[in-house]
Structure formats: structure tokens, C-alpha cells
Design a binder for this molecule. Structure first.
Ligand SMILES: Cc1cc2nc3c(=O)[nH]c(=O)nc-3n(C[C@H](O)[C@H](O)[C@H](O)COP(=O)(O)O)c2cc1C
Length: 152
């Protein structure tokens, strides 16, 4: 199965680390959002979209690229994020947009990420050291489990 991992990681690179681990586990192509050609996404069977959570959602630029994608019917997609606080609603918009493209959303992964946004930088940040070794084990398990998920 041909897999592409696309990510946006603008703060401290936490989502990039998670994206790299998923790509390595799945032997997938890995691209930062600006490197992708949206028209070539259809060459993949499975696409993982990852982002830090900024103001409660995926980075606006990844949401805008998803809007421009061709129809994803028959494509397996999954989403993953790192955030200061894990909050299921932070995936709502991206999942809605992928559903509008008729993609099959097979799974999602949440992880805490180091956060020095705003006043937190004066306090040494939040979630220092995250993602940590346990998170990397968890994400490897997540990636390996994707192989067992079938779509109709
Ligand atoms: C501008 C900005 C806005 C953020 N907004 C949120 C937020 O709404 N909720 C949250 O849990 N974390 C928020 N964070 C923390 C990030 O989600 C967290 O640090 C994440 O790991 C960043 O990923 P990255 O290092 O890959 O960019 C925000 C961080 C920044 C820089």
C-alpha cells in the first residue's frame, strides 16, 4: 500500500517528530505541507494528515489544502496531532473536510506536545519533553494497527 504523510508543524517541531515516526513505521513518503502537489495525492492509497493544534484546530493552511484536493473516494485517510491539551473537538474540522471529499477516515491519533505559546514561554512551557518515549511507542503501535483496518 502506497502511503503519504503530510504535516504542518510550525511551533516546536513536535508534530514533525510524530509524522517522521509514522512514516518510518509505515515506510511511507513524508512531506511538509508546502512540498506537496495536491493533484498527486490521488497516486496514494492511504494519506495521513498531521498538524499541531493552533487555536483549537489543525493549521489553517492544511485545512485550505484539503479543500483543494480532488475527490478522495476509496482513499484511506487518518489524522494525527500534537497539542497543549488533548481535546477531541480539535479534529472535528479536519475530519469534516475529509468526509466532504468522501475519504474513508480509518483512525486518528492525539499526542501532547511541548507548548511555549504566549505566556507559557515565561513559565518554562507546558508538556516539556513531549512527545516522549512513551508517546513514540504509542504512535508506532497506532501506525502498525492501521495495517489491520479494512474499508469497504
Ligand atoms: C499559535 C499557537 C496556538 C496554539 N493553540 C493551541 C490550542 O488552541 N490548544 C492546544 O491544546 N494547544 C495549542 N497550542 C499548542 C500546540 O498545539 C502544541 O505546542 C503543539 O505541540 C505544536 O505542534 P508543533 O510543535 O508541531 O507546531 C498552540 C500553539 C501555538 C504556537
Amino acid at each position: 500500500m502506497k502511503t503519504l504523510i503530510v504535516y504542518k508543524s510550525i511551533h516546536l517541531g513536535s508534530t514533525k517528530k510524530i509524522a517522521e515516526t509514522i512514516a518510518k513505521t509505515l515506510k511511507a513518503d513524508l512531506k511538509e505541507l508546502n512540498e506537496i502537489d495536491p493533484s498527486k495525492i490521488v497516486n496514494y492509497d492511504q494519506i495521513g494528515f498531521g498538524s499541531g493544534i493552533y487555536d483549537g484546530k489543525f493549521h489553517q493552511s492544511i485545512l485550505e489544502v484539503i479543500d483543494k484536493l480532488p475527490n478522495l473516494k476509496g482513499k484511506r485517510v487518518f489524522v494525527f496531532s500534537t497539542a497543549g491539551v488533548i481535546y477531541e473537538k480539535s479534529h472535528s474540522i479536519v475530519k469534516q473536510k475529509l468526509k466532504e471529499k468522501n475519504a474513508a477516515i480509518i483512525d486518528e491519533f492525539y499526542c501532547k506536545g511541548f507548548n511555549k505559546n504566549s505566556f507559557l514561554k515565561y513559565l518554562g512551557g507546558m508538556n516539556k519533553g513531549r512527545p516522549n518515549e512513551e508517546d513514540f511507542i504509542r504512535v508506532k503501535t497506532f501506525a502498525n494497527n492501521l495495517k489491520n483496518i479494512t474499508i469497504n
